[in-house]
Design a protein around this ligand. Structure first.
Ligand code: CA
Length: 230
């Protein structure tokens, strides 16, 4: 199994370092962000399996960060809260955080909690992480796409493009944004490549679902339609 990515979003450098050290010693690959904006950037770029999220953060409040992450993916969220923040813990769990840990905490307990969450995910009846909108389901670990009940064959680039559009469902992404997220910021080719790939993905989905699920927004870019089916 490949190394599991864990993202730590914590503005207190000392705590960030302790968490990183303990998780690395436990065999995880750890990314660190010091505020909510950086946290969301790293979250989108590296798609960590689990996020350790301090709720009391500069720039964007941790609760908002948690809600945004939850809307975009099924990554696990372990909240860090102060002892006095019981209301936050409850709201955080309602938003969809998977567990919380109260500061000050023992680093060994933190590692045990992380392992418990990841173990739960392997043993549970969930089929790993997935994204599902309309008739389309992406299994992120297996890199499989199901639409209208059938499995669809996609190339790795098509899969990445569809995943990016679905994660941002309902929002328009420009060609430039799609190039950066799918082909990477070192890609210097023509951004019309996006049009070609969107065309292919759209056709494959349409063949299985009978619907146009990726909309062209003229002069802006593309979006995955997420209005409810009527
Ligand atoms: Ca803090």
């Amino acid at each position: 199994m490949s190394e599991t990515n864990i993202l730590v979003v914590e503005d207190e450098r000392a705590i960030q370092n302790v968490i990183k050290t303990y998780l690395e010693n436990a065999g995880y690959h750890v990314l660190c962000a010091s505020d909510g904006l950086e946290g969301l950037d790293l979250f989108r770029e590296y798609e960590p399996r689990l996020v350790i999220l301090d709720l009391n953060l500069p720039t964007i409040d941790g609760m908002e960060v948690a809600a945004t992450m939850r809307a975009e993916s099924d990554a696990y969220i372990l909240m860090l809260t102060a002892r006095s923040e019981e209301d936050d813990r409850i709201s955080g769990l309602k938003i969809g955080a998977d567990d919380y840990i109260t500061k000050p905490f023992s680093p060994r307990e933190m590692v045990a909690r992380v392992e418990a969450i990841l173990r739960r995910s392997r043993n549970g009846d969930e089929q790993g992480l997935h994204l599902k909108f309309r008739n389309v389901t992406l299994h992120l670990d297996a890199h499989e796409v199901f639409a209208g009940g059938e499995k669809i064959v996609m190339t790795p680039t098509e899969f990445k493009l569809l995943r990016t559009l679905m994660k941002n469902h309902g929002a328009v992404l420009s060609r430039e944004q799609l190039v950066t997220r799918v082909w990477g910021s070192n890609y210097y080719g023509n951004d019309r490549v996006v049009d070609v790939y969107v065309g292919q993905v759209r056709r494959k989905l349409e063949e299985s679902t009978g619907e146009i699920l990726i909309e062209t927004v003229r002069g802006v870019g593309y979006k995955f339609i997420d209005e409810p089916i009527v």
